[in-house]
Write a new protein. Structure first.
Length: 85
């Protein structure tokens, strides 16, 4: 697939999309702001536990870094398995 150009990169789910139905909408600037405001409101209404917005921002920053590293081809995912005897 890769030789023919048919494979999609592993970081595709982390790229931005302007389709509001797509889960990738949260990775563009508008979707990111909407997501953060929604989580902040849930936290202020005590629906979400305290610290949820900080966790969201931390995970979002990690996703952006993984996406950028994948685009620059300096990071790739790997299959990692640990076996115990």
């Amino acid at each position: 697939y890769e030789a023919e150009g048919l494979a999609t990169p592993w970081y595709t789910p982390l790229t931005a999309s302007w389709n509001p139905i797509s889960q990738r909408f949260q990775f563009n600037w508008l979707g990111s702001k909407i997501t953060n405001v929604a989580i902040y409101m849930l936290e202020m209404l005590f629906i979400a536990p305290k610290g949820t917005i900080a966790t969201q921002k931390y995970l979002q920053e990690g996703a952006f870094a993984l996406r950028d590293a994948g685009k620059q081809q300096i990071f790739t995912t790997a299959y990692f398995m640990v076996g115990q005897k």
